[in-house]
Design a protein around this ligand. Structure first.
Ligand code: ZN
Length: 434
């Protein structure tokens, strides 16, 4: 098995502990491939054919690979954020005359126990005053800086019997002794080479320092932080980059805030995608009605990891549709349309995968359990196109260290390549794929 893609993914994850870093690193990858950044607050003056990208809030990005003449958008989306703990700006506390710890809030729904007893660090963004200017700077401490200690089993005999974690008590990370001379802002100032007094505000998260690995008897598994959803972010962008001369307008969206419901200025439940697509269309001299028709001819793949059947707890998987790691791309179904895959979009995607030699499998939540949701149905409320939800099968979703199949990333990249190189021509619900 060629592990080259997995190695690249693990290095991307190690460099990208927050959504801000994900977007910054995607920007670097795109610029190396000849893409130019355009800014929402300025005129675009797009030249066709052309490769561009747009960033909103530093945490969501849309990449555009545009041909000289496009009739439709072929789109794919994944999310940049992952569950973590947000450090309060006034959260630094000296306790017991012994320790300095940090107050935190939950971001998203994580498995709390997986954040304990392992080296963690801090990353995010800060606003720095530079004369009249407030400048946004990313920060990532590249060292083991904090840890959340468990309570010894001798003090909590119920530790293995199912435990509730109180974020306000149990999950506060330890930063140092009470004698530590520097404040967190002073440490950040040192890291960035700025006066700590000039740090005006900040958005910082904890991140897991444990490096990702490929493992197993035949190296069949990959484990790392943030596989949900950086596997799909990385797979999607590599698929996009593989097409040099697009036949249609190719769009890749890496969107923030999926883990908290997407209702932000930059999430899937915002105007971001519609704003960008509309500006492209109008910017090249086409009106609103042709834009609506182009949407009706378009397609969206919403890519977000899904659940593999668990080796020890298979009873939580559906009886009939239970994906396995290394089993290929998962199509996600839900009768109540929390996943938007339907017969038409599933047929298109399965046909593309079959042409790419990529296996597919199906996922449904066990019918008597509540499952998660993702970006697909949310983004369609703003840009209503034919679409489906897919993902790669993984274990331990929202653990601080997740596990997936080592073959599946390559499957996703090949499927994305084939999709972005194809053309879909619709008449009603009939489609010609070339
Ligand atoms: Zn996800």
């Amino acid at each position: 098995m060629d592990q080259n893609w997995n190695k690249q993914l693990l290095s991307f994850i190690a460099d990208s502990p927050t959504a801000f870093h994900v977007v910054e690193n995607l920007g670097k990858i795109l610029e190396n491939a000849g893409y130019t950044r355009v800014y929402e607050e300025k005129d675009w003056n797009l030249k066709l054919p052309g490769k561009y990208y747009v960033v909103r809030n530093g945490s969501s990005l849309i990449a555009l690979n545009l041909p000289a003449e496009a009739n439709r958008f072929l789109m794919m989306a994944a999310h940049t954020d992952s569950p973590s703990f947000r450090i309060k700006e006034d959260g630094e506390e000296k306790v017991l005359g012994l320790y300095t710890r940090l107050g935190v809030e939950k971001y998203g729904g994580m498995i709390c126990s997986t954040w304990m007893d392992r080296p963690l660090s801090i990353a995010g963004r800060v606003m720095v005053r530079e004369g009249d200017k407030l400048s946004c700077r990313l920060v990532k401490f590249d060292r083991d800086l904090v840890l959340i200690p468990n309570l010894a089993i001798h003090m909590d005999r119920s530790a293995n019997d199912g435990k509730a974690f109180n974020v306000n008590v149990d999950m506060m990370p330890l930063l140092g002794s009470d004698k530590m001379e520097k404040t967190l802002n002073e440490l950040i100032g040192e890291e960035l080479g700025v006066d700590p007094e000039a740090i005006v505000s900040r958005e910082l998260n904890l991140y897991n320092r444990t490096p990702g690995v490929v493992w197993g008897a035949e190296n069949e598994f990959i484990s790392a932080p943030q596989l949900d959803d950086l596997m799909c972010v990385f797979g999607g962008i590599e698929g996009l980059l593989s097409v040099d001369q697009p036949r249609e307008a190719l769009i890749f969206c890496a969107l923030d805030n999926e883990e908290v419901g997407s209702t932000t200025r930059q999430g899937a439940d915002s105007s971001f995608l519609d704003d960008v697509l509309h500006r492209i269309w109008v910017g090249v001299g086409k009106g609103d009605a042709p834009y609506r028709a182009a949407l009706a001819r378009s397609f969206m793949i919403s890519a977000d990891n899904g659940h593999a059947v668990h080796p020890n707890r298979p009873e939580y998987a559906d009886r009939n549709e239970r994906p396995t790691m290394n089993g290929g791309i998962v199509l996600k179904y839900n009768a109540n349309q929390r996943y938007i895959t339907d017969a038409v979009s599933a047929a298109v995607f399965q046909e593309l995968c079959s042409r790419a030699g990529v296996p597919t499998q199906r996922y449904s939540n066990r019918p008597d359990l509540h499952g998660g949701a993702t970006m697909g149905n949310i983004s369609l409320s703003h840009v209503s196109v034919r679409a489906l939800d897919i993902g790669l099968a993984q274990l331990a979703m929202h653990s601080s260290y997740e596990t997936a199949g080592a073959r599946d990333l390559e499957y996703l990249i090949r499927a994305a390549q084939t999709y972005y190189a194809s053309d879909l021509r619709w008449q009603g619900e009939d489609v010609l794929i070339s």
